[in-house]
Design a protein around this ligand. Structure first.
Ligand code: RDL
Ligand code: RDL
Ligand code: RDL
Length: 154
């Protein structure tokens, strides 16, 4: 049976891991393993352990970079670590980051975090079980959490 890893953080201001797991359970029967760490810089090794020790086929890394410059640097470093991990294990990590300053208020931030986590969970299901569906969506301007922007027209 396919195994999906969920790495998330206590720093985030919304339970993105819970939202992702709920969406995955509604859309596939894969086994799910969760590993929560303090912050986004702890995600790369959490992901690697989910692959090496839990034998996951794919992992979602969910987190919330804060709004300060130091948090943006932190997010870039975390992303680099997540990409290095993917190259080390030759498996996908779907990075689901919502920057705290993407939304104008707490309500919209929570809604964005919920929606982006769920939409990327559906991308995970497609990557694992229905890769042809992604091919059909190629070039269509998909976004997660926001409305899709759609294709540019000549
Ligand atoms: O290893 C412990 C911490 O260093 C680690 O959890 C960091 O990711 C925590 N952290 C920061 O130190 C920071 O300056 C985080 C942020 N900013 C951030 O914006 N989002 C996080 N963690 O999830
Ligand atoms: O792993 C899932 C996503 O994190 C990954 O697909 C990213 O490449 C998606 N993405 C961003 O998160 C972003 O902030 C993209 C852009 N910006 C972008 O400008 N162009 C993209 N993806 O193709
Ligand atoms: O043009 C508006 C947004 O698409 C743009 O601000 C993106 O960079 C927002 N974004 C992130 O910052 C991010 O870390 C997105 C993702 N991740 C993502 O996974 N999917 C998105 N946007 O559609």
């Amino acid at each position: 049976m396919a195994k999906i890893g969920i790495a998330d953080t206590t720093f985030a201001r919304f339970d993105m891991g819970k939202a992702a797991i709920d969406e995955l359970k509604k859309n596939c029967s894969a086994q799910i393993v969760r590993y929560t760490v303090p912050g986004i810089k702890d995600l790369p090794v959490a992901c690697k352990k989910l692959f090496d020790e839990q034998h996951c086929d794919i992992v979602m890394a969910l987190g919330m970079p804060g709004s300060k410059p130091v948090d943006k640097t932190c997010a870039h470093e975390a992303s680099m670590g997540i990409i290095i991990c993917q190259l080390m294990v030759n498996k996908h990590i779907i990075e689901v980051f919502v920057h705290e300053d993407e939304a104008p208020n707490e309500r919209e931030l929570a809604a964005l975090m919920d929606r982006r986590a769920r939409e990327h969970a559906l991308n995970v299901v497609k990557l694992l079980f229905k890769p042809k569906m992604l091919e059909k969506e190629a070039g269509t301007g998909q976004r997660q959490g926001y409305e899709d922007v759609g294709p540019a027209r000549i």
